[in-house]
Design a protein around this ligand. Sequence first.
Ligand code: CP
Ligand code: NVA
Length: 301
Amino acid sequence: MARHFLTLLDLSPTELQAVIERACELKALQLKDELYAPFTNKTLAMLFDKSSTRTRVSFETGMAQFGGHALFLSSKDTQLGRGEPVEDTARVLSRMVDIVMIRTFEHATVERYAANSDIPVINGLTDLYHPCQLLADMQTWYQYRGSIAGATVTWIGDGNNMCHSYINAAKQLGFKLNIGCPEGYSPDSAIVASAGTQVEIFHNAEDAARNADLIVTDVWASMGQEEEQKLREKAFSKFQVNSRLMQQANSDALFMHCLPAHRDEEVSTEVLEGPQSVVWDEAGNRLHAQKALIEFLLLAQ
Ligand code: CP
Ligand code: NVA
């Protein structure tokens, strides 16, 4: 049976920690320009229903560095876009490629795909979760600060896919998560409940940010919510991460954002480009964290 990575809960806490540490080793090998190509003849199919820069480039480059190959498949150009069921696509691709990554809208689509796939399936973002980004975020924290267990992380903004994956990470890696969001934009209540007392919701950004070791935010309107942009700009106006908000956090707090960022909307330019921001390393770690994930899933078969 293939192992899948649809959410952070698909790996045990021990396995997640091993992937994070392996990502650091693979990064060191790559920085030394050492060849490590264990997956020659292996192919990753990447199915995209939404735009991407980081996810596409990191997966494609990761497979190239491993000696393998990656196929970029946009729903606009495949039969999926003309209505071929994901169940049929999953059974066909299982006979041709070795591993699949999907970026789509409904989370149920990746679940239906995985249920019909003999090969590992990776969630490259759905409306509900973005677990690959959390691997990179957690690797970045680990490289700057060591273990995240017992730390206080603050999520500011929308209770969206990234926020849901942060809730899963809090549960799996043992940190406290404060969520500061406007009323009406809270994360899914069942996902919050699954993390018990480790997650606390605030409808005031300052209260959420107090004593944080890490502040994280994301765009106010995610892909698929473009028509709500103006409405959301009003609703989120008191939830910008700026220098004033960062002062509520601990003095050595880090700032992360999955990117792309909207400067002077959800984050001020000063914070994004400032000394506490680790967003460029965070983005770069997508490559190494996902290589560790691919290796884990291919070797787990
Ligand atoms: N953070 C992230 O997933 O970026 P892309 O949308 O560019 O892939
Ligand atoms: N929440 C954002 C993340 C983009 C990487 C979105 O879904 O558009």
